[in-house]
Ligand binder design. Structure first.
Ligand code: PLP
Length: 407
């Protein structure tokens, strides 16, 4: 039999659940910008500043010292201890046995989902939302229901009764992200308490994505001693460490370490052996020298993080002022994360609008529809950069609106 007599194989395809995943609309906008010389990119969720030198130096020193080997699946003991102290200081007593090191926040979300959901399970997510939280459970064959935040005079708000109604006893997991990407919404302590009590009653897991907890501006919440809260309200402030709460965090945002891929999980000790197995089969461990640098970040980075938050607040206020002066733009200052999620003329078809803005004036914003259908009508602007760059972006936005006769 010659080769040409063999039956033609069918086209190789990935599993249906994987083929059904949504491709990134932010990437689609970025692709529309290829060939445009001078793009100001505000579409990704990262600062334009490099990781602070004291952290980079720690990684270099660790590499020089030979930290090039596999580590324990759950992370090196000194990093787990340093994270336990850090979390204890912010949210109450937490032992290293409750902490696992991950390859950044997105891997932590995947591991958390793999721990508790399987095919056919019902998951609830509050949207608009960074797409990964909605898509990850789908990879595992779970079914995701969404509950939308509402937008009004006071910015983005949660209708907590609506969320409780969606959290039926048949629900396996709630995925909730506060401070929220893209809206900047911060869940109140009272709402966290209500949701936690409800989930306790029905045995529902809470996976709390708190990677932006330190990017919290606490505008109305100056504490008795005049200081501002150092962190947004967290489920860890309310939950016992051994109940059905898995808290996901990352080095990416508070220490500007997006490219390092380092994060952590706080979870019940009863999960840790199984979590170690999942880490083994996903990544085996986070890179050794990156973990060493992580120790330095958590132990010596407090001043850096506080200065970063001060700068971000100034950038947020600057951009809100500048955009508020543009006719047709409706923008409010959210109290967390590093994004403005606002309406402007043309945003009803946000993907087309963002593609046109990048093509015509080199302004790179993320379309609201990238964050689910509830995000349509808005665009997202990451303001983690200096004010001169923000001003240049606002000028481009005005030029675009003038060219289209909308101002
Ligand atoms: C809401 C949210 N969760 C998690 C992450 C994960 O970040 P990383 O994987 O860099 O830790 C991001 C990144 O933008 C995010 O916006």
């Amino acid at each position: 039999m010659s080769e040409s007599d063999l039956p033609v194989p069918s086209i190789p395809n990935a599993r249906d659940a994987v083929r059904a995943l949504r491709p990134s609309q932010i990437r689609e906008v970025a692709n529309a910008g290829f060939g445009v010389d001078d793009v100001l990119p505000f579409w990704f969720g990262e600062s334009d500043r490099v990781t602070p030198a004291f952290i980079r130096d720690a990684a270099s020193a660790a590499l020089t010292a030979g930290a090039t080997f596999y580590t324990h699946n759950l992370g090196i003991a000194p990093l787990r201890e340093a994270l336990a102290s850090y979390v204890s200081e912010l949210h109450g007593a937490t032992s290293p046995d409750h902490v696992a090191v991950t390859s950044a926040g997105v891997n932590a979300l995947m591991l958390a989902a793999q721990l508790v959901v399987g095919a056919g399970d019902r998951v609830v997510a509050v949207t608009p939302l960074w797409p990964n939280l909605v898509e990850i459970p789908k990879i595992l064959g779970a079914h995701v229901e969404t509950v939308a935040l509402g937008y009004g005079e006071r910015g983005w708000q949660l209708d907590v009764e609506q969320l409780l109604t969606a959290l039926t006893p048949a629900t396996k997991m709630l995925m909730i992200n506060s401070p929220n990407n893209p809206t900047g919404w911060v869940m109140s302590r009272d709402d966290q308490r209500t949701v936690l009590e409800h989930c306790r009653r029905h045995g529902i897991w809470i996976v709390a994505d708190e990677v932006y907890e330190r990017l919290y501006y606490a505008d109305g919440a100056v504490m008795a001693d005049g200081a501002r809260a150092r962190t947004a309200p967290s489920f860890l402030d309310l939950a016992a460490r051994d109940e059905r709460v898995i808290c996901v965090n990352s080095f990416s945002k508070a220490w500007l370490m997006t490219g390092w891929r380092l994060g952590w999980i706080v979870a019940p000790t009863a999960l840790m052996d199984d979590l170690a197995k999942l880490v083994e089969y996903n990544t085996s461990c986070a890179p050794s020298f990156v973990q060493q640098a992580g120790i330095v970040a958590v132990q010596q980075g407090e001043r850096f993080t506080q200065e970063l938050v001060r700068d971000l607040r100034a950038s947020r206020d600057h951009l809100v002022r500048a955009l508020s002066a543009v006719p047709g733009v409706d923008v409010k200052a959210p109290s967390g994360a590093m994004y403005l999620f606002f309406t402007m003329p043309g945003a009803a078809r946000s993907l087309e609008l963002c593609k046109a803005m990048v093509r015509e004036v080199g302004l790179g914003l993320a379309p609201g529809s990238a964050f689910g259908p509830q995000g349509e009508g808005f665009v997202r602007w990451c303001y983690a950069c200096d004010t001169a760059r923000l001003d240049a972006g606002v000028e481009r936005l005005k030029r675009f609106l003038a060219q289209h006769g909308t101002v």
